[in-house]
Design a protein around this ligand. Structure first.
Ligand code: XUL
Ligand code: MN
Length: 344
């Protein structure tokens, strides 16, 4: 069974190039203008943070939030685009300085849960039941700052509140081991899947695997995908690439390590990713040095690299691979894969 692939990205992937050491180098593009670029780049799905859809949402009532989100949905319909998921942005507000769900202050935890419910309202209005949680500040800079058992219990409490708020939503947890925190509580996909078991509806908790996040945890992204696939929990991906263990680089998919990228494409294809409506998300950033005219190429390039690697994967002789595995001739198997990548 092969995969069925359609592609999505988030509006933050078209960005101005600001980094911690310098200001933006490209003009901002308005959200609606970004939406116009999706189809040109070959994408049909849009990933949202809640305030990508409804800016300044903390200043609005629930009714206003829902009505603004409905207007965005009309804009999506107009362009033939689909919302893949909505993620609550719980890392920029002053109330989330020391975490959202795991803040030591109960009032601030309450804010994080309320904001997550508004995020669900937005998702429903955009026509998706998928919520993504990147648990940005749910961690510590020093080990003694929070109680690690209590932190897990608090994250579960938040998950449960979200599951109870709407009977249809599905939560995909996007694990990441560090950045912005030194240590996070949900560093890998095994942690994410385990969390679901502590709720009353584990069947509605799944995972989104980002290649760079797996690499930052010192893991092979395709093995993380395999682990989630074995649990039937791989509900989305953020494909990208990463040059070693440093900050989260979000480089063009396959641009650092083609073989590592091939193995991700291969496992997705071999296990029928997409057949239940899953999207291939690309969480990639343009290089800061790019001029505005070429600052979207990283998205189309990432998709093209995916499709080229899919062709390579599908051209492989599976019987030959099985035979080399049986013979334990891994040197030959390695040369076979490298030969396929080099087209030689
Ligand atoms: C952060 C990251 C986020 C999430 C969505 O590293 O990947 O963009 O994908 O909140
Ligand atoms: Mn991501």
């Amino acid at each position: 069974m092969g995969g069925t692939f359609r592609f999505s990205f988030g509006p933050w992937n078209i960005h101005e190039g600001a980094d911690p050491f310098g200001p933006q180098v490209r003009e901002s593009i308005a959200f609606n203008d970004k939406l116009k670029i999706y189809k040109e780049l070959g994408f049909d799905g849009v990933q949202f943070h809640d305030d990508d859809a409804v800016p300044e949402m903390n200043k609005l009532s629930q009714t206003q939030i829902i009505s603004e989100a409905k207007a965005v949905k009309a804009g999506l319909d107009d362009k033939g685009l689909t919302a893949e998921f909505v993620a609550p942005r719980l890392w920029e507000d002053p109330r989330t300085i020391d975490g959202g769900y795991t803040s030591n202050d109960p009032k601030l935890r309450e804010y994080a849960i309320e904001r997550s419910k508004r995020c669900i309202d937005i998702a429903k209005a955009l026509g998706t039941d998928n919520i993504v949680l990147w648990l940005a500040r749910e961690g510590t800079y020093i080990r003694e700052a929070k109680d690690s058992v209590g932190a897990v219990e608090k994250i579960v409490e938040a998950l449960q509140a979200m599951l109870d708020y709407d009977p249809d939503i599905r939560i995909m947890i996007e694990s990441k081991p560090n950045e912005p925190m030194d240590h996070t509580y949900i560093p890998t996909i095994g942690h994410a899947i385990g969390l679901g078991l502590l709720t009353t509806a584990p069947e509605r908790i799944g995972a989104l695997i980002e290649s760079a996040h797996a690499l930052l945890a010192g893991l092979d992204p395709s093995d993380e995908m395999g682990y989630a696939l074995a649990h039937k929990k791989l509900w989305s991906v953020h494909l990208n690439d990463q040059n070693g263990l440093k900050f989260d680089q979000d480089k063009t998919f396959g641009s650092v390590d083609l073989r590592r990228a091939l193995n991700q494409v291969r496992i997705l294809d071999q296990y029928g990713f997409g057949s239940n409506g899953e999207w291939v998300g690309l969480d990639v950033k343009a290089m800061r040095s790019q001029k505005a005219e070429v600052a979207c190429k990283h998205l189309a390039n990432s998709k093209n690299i995916f499709l080229k690697l899919l062709a390579v994967s599908r051209s492989l002789d599976e019987a030959k691979i099985e035979q080399l595995r049986a013979e334990r001739d891994y040197e030959e198997l390695e040369m076979y894969i490298i030969g396929a990548l080099l087209n030689k």
